[in-house]
Design a protein around this ligand. Structure first.
Ligand code: ADP
Length: 437
C-alpha cells in the first residue's frame, strides 16, 4: 500500500525530471544557435562550413527529436500515474488556487466531466475541490507555510470530510491524511490526500470489540465475585443456600469460558491463524449427532425437534467446526421458540451450486426485518428477546466465520416476525456421490 509520503515523492520526482529534461534540451539548442561562427573554425572554406553547419544542425535536430520523445514518454508516464492514483492529488499555485487535479480529486469534488477543465487558465479554489471550509482554511495555512519554507518544506495534516454518495447510500465521513510539499521554485505546491477511512474504521471496530467484550465479561465476573463473597463470608448456614451460590458461580464460570472460547475462535479465524483439520466429512452424520445430543434439551422444553437428512453428503471440512455451526443454529432454535413449537433440521444436496445445504427452520418468534442483516454481527442480540434466553451474541458470528472463511460457503437467514426463522448454510460438495442422482 502506497503511503502519502511515497505518492508525493513519486509525483514530485516526475515533475522534477520532466522540468530538468526540458531545461537540458533548451540549453543544448540555445548554445548551438548562439555559438559564434568563428568558434566553429574561421579558416574553413565557405562550402565546407555550410556542410559542417548543415551536419551539425541535422545532428541537433535528431537530438531534439530524441529528447522530445524522451520528454513526451516521461510526461505520458507521469500523466498515467497521476491519473491512476486512487488518492486525490492537487497541484496548487502560489496563491493556493488549484491548477491541476487527478481524477480521484475531481471525483471528490464532483467535477468528473471533461467539460470542467482545471488548469492554470481555469484554476479552482481549494474550497470548491474539498468543500469543508474549516479544513480548507487549515490546509491553506499549511500551503502558505510550505511556500514560505522553500524547496524542502513539507507539512502534514489529518482531517475528515463528509462524503455524499448516491441517493441510496447514506452520508458517511471519509478520513484523510494529507501532505503538502513544494513542487517547483515558482511557489507551486502539491497536495496529496491519502484516504485512511479503512484504517480508521478498522481501528474503531477494534476498540468497539474490546469495549463490548469487556462489558460482556464484566457481567459473569461480577456474579461469580458476588457468589464467592457470600460463601467466603461464612454467613450462609444453610447447605442448600451454599449449594445455590456455588451453582451460580459454576454456571457463570461456564458462561465466561464460552465467551472467551468464542472470542478466541472468532479472532483466530479472522486473523488467519486458526488451523482447521480438513477432511472428508459427512454433514448428514454431523447433523444427526448434533440433533441427538440436543434431544434431551428439546424434550425439556417440549420442543418437537425433527431431522430430515439425505445420507452420505460429503464435504471437505473440519468436523468439529461444522458440528459447532449446526449446534449453534439448532441451539438457537431451541432457545428462541416458545414451548411446544417445532424445530426442523434438513440436510440436502443442492445440484445447481454443487453444495450441501443445512437448514434449521423453527416455528418461533421470527426476526424483525431491521435485525435480519445484523444478527450475524459480533455481540448483536435482538433487544426484545434478551429476556427469553441468555446468550453472548457471538454464536452466529462464529458460524459465519466458520462457514465463509474456513469452508468458503454461504450462510443466511430468512424470517418474518412472528412466523419463525429459517437459518441455512451451504458448503461446496466435495464428492460427486454427495450430489442428488
Ligand atoms: P446468542 O448467544 O445471543 O444466542 P447468537 O449470535 O447465536 O447469540 O444470536 C444473535 C441473536 O440473534 C440472538 O441474541 C437472538 O436475538 C437472535 N436469534 C438467533 N437465532 C434466532 C432464532 N432462531 N429466532 C429468533 N431470534 C434468533
Amino acid at each position: 500500500m502506497l503511503d502519502v509520503t511515497t505518492i508525493s515523492c513519486v509525483a514530485v520526482a516526475f515533475a522534477a525530471g520532466f522540468t530538468a529534461a526540458w531545461m537540458l534540451l533548451g540549453i543544448r539548442i540555445r548554445s548551438a544557435c548562439l555559438r559564434p561562427e568563428g568558434a566553429r573554425g574561421a579558416t574553413t572554406p565557405v562550402r565546407s562550413l555550410d556542410e559542417a553547419r548543415r551536419r551539425e544542425l541535422e545532428s541537433l535536430s535528431r537530438e531534439h527529436v530524441l529528447a522530445r520523445r524522451i520528454v513526451e514518454e516521461r510526461l505520458g508516464r507521469f500523466e498515467r500515474m497521476f491519473a491512476s492514483f486512487p488518492d486525490p492529488i492537487l497541484v496548487l499555485d502560489r496563491h493556493g488556487e488549484v491548477v491541476d487535479a487527478n481524477p480521484a480529486a475531481r471525483s471528490l469534488a464532483g467535477l468528473e466531466s471533461e467539460a470542467d477543465p482545471i488548469d492554470a487558465v481555469h484554476p479552482r479554489s481549494l474550497e470548491v475541490m474539498i468543500g469543508d471550509r474549516a479544513t480548507v482554511r487549515d490546509l491553506l495555512e499549511h500551503v502558505r507555510a510550505v511556500v514560505a519554507g522553500g524547496a524542502d518544506a513539507v507539512r502534514t495534516a489529518e482531517f475528515e470530510l463528509e462524503s455524499h454518495g448516491s441517493d441510496t447510500e447514506e452520508a458517511r465521513t471519509r478520513a484523510f491524511e494529507a501532505m503538502v510539499r513544494t513542487l517547483d521554485d515558482h511557489g507551486r505546491t502539491i497536495l496529496v490526500m491519502h484516504d485512511t477511512t479503512r484504517e480508521r474504521d478498522s481501528s474503531r471496530l477494534k476498540s468497539e470489540f474490546v469495549a463490548k467484550a469487556s462489558h460482556e465479561l464484566r457481567t459473569p465476573l461480577s456474579s461469580i465475585h458476588a457468589s464467592l463473597e457470600m460463601l467466603a463470608d461464612g454467613d450462609l448456614q444453610d447447605q442448600a443456600q451454599r449449594t445455590e451460590f456455588l451453582e451460580i458461580a459454576m454456571e457463570e464460570t461456564g458462561r465466561l469460558a464460552k465467551l472467551v472460547n468464542d472470542m478466541l475462535d472468532i479472532s483466530g479465524i479472522e486473523a488467519g491463524v486458526a488451523r482447521p483439520h480438513m477432511a472428508q466429512v459427512d454433514l448428514a452424520e454431523i447433523a444427526t449427532d448434533v440433533v441427538e445430543g440436543l434431544r434431551a434439551a428439546a424434550d425439556r422444553r417440549s420442543v418437537d425437534l425433527r431431522l430430515h437428512v439425505q445420507p452420505g453428503l460429503l464435504v471437505e471440512g473440519d468436523a468439529e467446526m461444522l458440528s459447532a455451526v449446526v449446534g449453534n443454529l439448532v441451539g438457537n432454535g431451541l432457545k428462541y421458540v416458545p414451548e411446544g413449537e417445532r424445530v426442523t433440521v434438513t440436510v440436502d444436496a443442492e445440484d445447481l451450486t454443487r453444495s450441501v445445504v443445512v437448514t434449521v427452520t423453527d416455528t418461533g418468534l421470527g426476526i424483525p426485518p431491521e435485525d435480519l442483516d445484523r444478527v450475524f454481527d459480533k455481540f448483536y442480540r435482538i433487544k426484545r428477546y434478551e429476556r427469553n434466553a441468555r446468550g453472548t451474541g457471538l454464536g452466529l458470528n462464529l458460524c459465519r466465520n466458520i462457514v465463509e472463511q474456513v469452508h468458503h460457503g454461504r450462510i443466511g437467514v430468512d424470517s418474518r416476525l412472528g412466523e419463525g426463522a429459517r437459518f441455512w448454510f451451504s458448503v461446496p460438495a466435495s464428492h460427486p456421490a454427495s450430489m442428488a442422482a
